[in-house]
Design a protein around this ligand. Structure first.
Ligand SMILES: Nc1ncnc2c1ncn2[C@@H]1O[C@H](COP(=O)(O)OP(=O)(O)OP(=O)(O)O)[C@@H](O)[C@H]1O
Length: 892
């Protein structure tokens, strides 16, 4: 938003002073009008008489007059006072300052030409500085309600190229340039509040200003004085900030040294003045020629005036001249400079400080306008749609149909809108309340579940009571909330029903009207809106339920992880104590299967699914009846329209059909899974694996499928170990257990691979002195992976102790042979293994523990142990009683 403007140039001609009058000098300035003057005009008595006769030729002893007509923005003759100059030249600048533009006024001219008089004036005739500042304060006062002002002034002089502060006595100041222009380092602004304060400061500054009498002026100013007013304005409504600067510059006289007759210091002063003014002249010339490089840095004066001459500033130059022929050359130079300066153009822009404008204000404004634009756009679109729909309806209308008036249509539309708005409101409340109720019920149910788990697992009765009390309190709270909102829900259900009835009545009315077809489109669109809202409410409800279940699952995961650890420890403990009965094993097996089901194969059965749907579904049948609008035969109902468009809506039948299909597919899938269940997912066989021991086996090199070892001349007790049946068949297992039990008193009881369903079978039978070896066998049999070598060793030790073992045959099936040697004698892999902890109890460590216990027990303790296979109690668990007895013996 930059604007460029020429420097405004005014010329002021002062009256002849006393000296000039005394010398009766010729007047070289003739003011032609308020913008034009003539330099060096002809004199009135210029006629040349010779011998009393008027001559036609001129007096050759006299110089030829220049008679230069010069035009400026303003020309003031000797009659003009400071007030007139202010009114014409500087008053408009005050307005520019208030608008946020920097302004500069500088006076130029030879010594004694009246620069200081113009700027400062006298007691009787105030200068333009005072008058301008007075106007500035007047305008500030008038704007004080809308803006906040801060005013600071500075008064500097440039003397012999040194910058001095005229308001405080300090040393020379330095000039530096930054993004905002030339800045005087260390300059402190004086705050003023009215024009009178300014007068005091000006007087103070003038006292400090360097003045010396010269031949040309008794009070000649020997320095350039720069008076600046810095104004900061803050708009109270918008917070917009502006900082502006008004500069009033009184230059030292642009005289020639000869005219002042200065010597010594005065000569040096004059030289410096001329140097700076020469630099100023150069800058003016180059600026007038439109050159890019301007030598501002040639002097401190031009540096300070940089802004005023070529920057962002509205500048006024007042050229002061004397009309006397005594200063002919100085006046001519001044006028030439003024003419050159007139050509300078400065760029202007408002000094708004963008960073300080409160963002909130702008953002708010932009948002408001954007919302307004959106609103208008939507309205326009709406109107266009309505128009095109109406046009389409009119086109498809039968012959003789006349387009209804816009006013009539608007009346219908507003009635329809109102009716649907009531329905929407009631619908929203009713759905929300329904969702809330279901969520409360669900939370209550989940709390009850937590309560039951707590009752099972909490060992500390004190805490249990407190926890349960808390849970019951929250369940109570949920129930109360449900009861409380029941009334509200009924109320909104009624309102919803009423709204739908009113809507139905309106639809009836529309159907009966002439505009049924036209308005039918509109009503249908509204129906879709209602449907869309309904779907949205359902979606939100399902999301909430999902969140609750997700939280719940996290809790259950924690509980499961802890429980698994406990189960694992208990399992190992029971096994070490020989307390693993079939019931426990069966449960463990079930748990292992559950573990499989959690791997994404199936996670909920049909009952669970129905239960879940109850929680999720927030639209009951009665509600659907209320909301069903498809019975309006005249309008295609949304479902019909969808069907037309190929969209199939699911009704209850479809749903049940698809539900059945889903179930079937799920069952098929499960069946497939059962057949194709990968090996890794098979239920773990928690029974200890056992060996088949046949009565007679030769000590041959074992084949690939069978390894046999014959140990003769050993007397061992008879021990029957039944192989557990396949976990998939409990019946079969029972049968096998019974058969092994029933045959436990025979020496060769192997069921054989075929009978027990494959290679998992092993049974061994050892005969001998049962008293002497029972404890040894128990050691071996604690581990599920009985290594033949270990057994061999045991038997050898037994024989070394003097036991007589008649005949033992070990038959190892293929599966047993596959055991890695490293794992021989160790415990099976744990049922549930966590990453952090491996089971600390292995079969080997149990064996060791038993050995240690055994070593500590009495020497004859083992002699009374029973032979497990001979318990004869008819139960399948032959370990159990055996282990019990052994542990009892050890404890003894
Ligand atoms: N327009 C005027 N009307 C009456 N007197 C004037 C006018 N202009 C100047 N004078 C008088 O002329 C004398 C010199 O004026 P002034 O001091 O203003 O000159 P100057 O240009 O500032 O000189 P310098 O450059 O030496 O300071 C002063 O006595 C002043 O009163």
């Amino acid at each position: 938003m930059g604007d460029s403007k020429n420097i405004r140039v005014a010329v002021r001609v002062r009256p002849l002073n006393r000296r000039e009058l005394e010398q009766n000098q010729r007047n070289i300035i003739k003011v032609l009008d308020h913008t034009t003057l003539m330099f060096d005009p002809d004199e009135d008595e210029d006629e040349f008489f010779f011998h009393g006769m008027k001559q036609t030729h001129r007096d050759i002893t006299k110089r030829v007059k220049k008679k230069l007509t010069m035009e400026y923005d303003d020309v003031f003759d000797a009659e003009a006072n400071n007030e007139a100059i202010f009114e014409t030249c500087t008053k408009p600048l005050v307005q520019s300052v208030m608008d946020g533009y920097n302004c500069s006024v500088f006076v130029y001219g030879a010594t004694g030409a009246g620069k200081t008089f113009t700027m400062l004036g006298s007691e009787e005739c105030r200068g333009i500085t005072f008058l301008t500042m007075k106007e500035l304060f007047r305008q500030i006062d008038s704007l004080s309600n809308a803006r906040k002002f801060d005013i600071g002034i500075s008064y500097l002089e440039v003397y012999n190229e040194l910058v001095m502060n005229l308001l405080t006595k300090s040393g020379p100041l330095k000039l530096r340039e930054d993004s905002s222009g030339v800045v005087v380092s260390g300059l402190i602004l004086k705050q003023i509040h009215n024009a009178e304060e300014l007068l005091d400061l000006l007087a103070l500054g003038n006292q400090n200003r360097t003045q010396h009498p010269t031949d040309a002026n008794a009070e000649s100013s020997r320095s350039h004085a720069i008076f600046q007013v810095h104004i900061r304005m803050v708009d109270k409504s918008t917070g917009q900030k502006r900082t502006v600067k008004l500069s009033m510059i009184d230059l030292a006289g642009s005289e020639r040294a000869a005219s002042t007759k200065g010597i010594g210091i005065r000569f040096k002063e004059g030289a410096n003045i001329n140097k700076s003014l020469l630099a100023l002249g150069n800058c003016i010339n180059k600026l007038a020629d439109g050159l890019k490089h301007i030598p501002y840095r040639d002097s401190n004066l031009t540096r300070i005036l940089k802004d005023s001459l070529g920057g962002n500033c509205q500048t006024l130059m007042i050229a002061n001249i004397s009309p006397s022929s005594l200063t002919y050359d100085d006046t001519y130079n001044t006028l030439k400079y003024a003419s050159r300066a007139k050509k300078i153009r400065t760029s202007l822009k408002q000094n708004i400080v963008p960073t300080n404008v409160p963002k909130e204000f702008l953002v708010k404004k932009v948002n408001e306008q954007a919302a307004e634009i959106e609103r208008l756009k939507a309205r326009l679109k709406d109107m266009e749609e309505q128009k095109s729909a109406a046009v389409a309806a009119a086109k498809s209308a039968p012959a003789g149909f006349t387009m209804p008036s816009e006013a009539l249509l608007n009346t219908w539309r507003s009635r329809i809108d109102q009716c649907y708005a009531t329905v929407r409101k009631a619908q929203e409340h009713y759905f929300n309340l329904q969702s809330k109720e279901k969520i409360l019920n669900l939370r209550s149910k989940l709390k009850a579940q937590v309560e039951s788990i707590k009752k099972i697992v909490t060992l500390d009765g004190k805490h249990l009571n407190a926890d349960i009390a808390r849970l019951e309190a929250s369940i109570d709270r949920y129930n109360k909330q449900v009861t409380r909102q029941k009334d509200e829900m009924n109320r909104w259900a009624k309102r919803y029903k009423d709204a739908m009835k009113s809507l139905e009545a309106l639809r009836e009315e529309i159907r009966a009207s002439d505009l049924a077809t036209l308005l039918g489109f509109y009503v249908r669109a509204k129906d879709y809106e209602i449907d869309a809202n309904k779907s949205n409410y359902k979606k939100n409800h399902v999301m909430k339920i999902n969140m609750i279940y997700t939280d719940e699952n996290k809790q259950l995961e924690k509980i499961m992880a802890l429980s698994a650890e406990i189960v694992q420890q208990d399992y190992l403990l029971l096994r070490s104590m020989g307390r693993l009965d079939n019931v426990t094993l069966e449960k463990m097996e079930q748990m292992a299967r559950l573990d499989i089901y959690t791997r994404g194969v199936r996670f909920t059965d049909d009952d669970d699914h129905n239960e879940l749907m109850k929680e999720v579904n927030i639209t009951d049948t009665s509600f659907d009846e209320i909301t069903n609008l498809s019975d309006c035969a005249d309008f295609p109902a949304p479902s019909d329209v969808e069907a037309d468009c190929g969209v199939k809506r699911l009704n209850d039948e479809d749903e049940s059909e698809s539900e059945n299909e889903r179930k079937k597919a799920k069952e098929d899938h499960n069946k497939q899974l059962e057949f194709k269940r990968p090996k890794a997912l098979r239920p773990l066989n928690l029974q200890p694996k056992s060996l088949s021991v046949k009565s007679t086996v030769s000590r041959k090199t074992p084949t690939k499928t069978q390894k046999t070892t014959t140990i003769t001349q050993f007397k061992v007790p008879k021990l029957i170990v039944s192989n557990p049946p396949k976990p998939s068949s409990a019946k079969k297992r029972q049968k096998v257990a019974n058969s092994s039990t029933s045959s436990n008193d025979t020496s060769d009881t192997s069921d054989g691979p075929d009978e027990n369903g494959g290679i998992g079978n092993s049974t061994f039978c050892i005969e001998g002195d049962k008293d002497a070896t029972s404890s040894l066998f128990s050691n071996v049999l604690v581990g599920s992976n009985v290594d033949p070598h270990v057994l061999k060793k045991v038997l050898r030790r037994a024989s070394m102790k003097g036991n007589v073992i008649s005949k033992v045959t070990l038959t190892l099936n293929k599966e047993n042979r596959k055991f890695s040697p490293k794992r021989v004698g160790k415990s099976p892999r744990p049922l549930l293994r966590t990453n952090s902890s491996r089971p600390h109890t292995s079969a080997a460590s149990v064996i060791n523990r038993y050995r240690m216990m055994k070593a500590g027990s009495a020497a004859g303790a083992s002699s009374s142990s029973a032979v497990p296979g001979n318990s004869g109690d008819g139960k399948s668990n032959t370990y159990d009683s055996d282990s019990d007895r052994k542990i009892r013996n050890i404890r003894k």
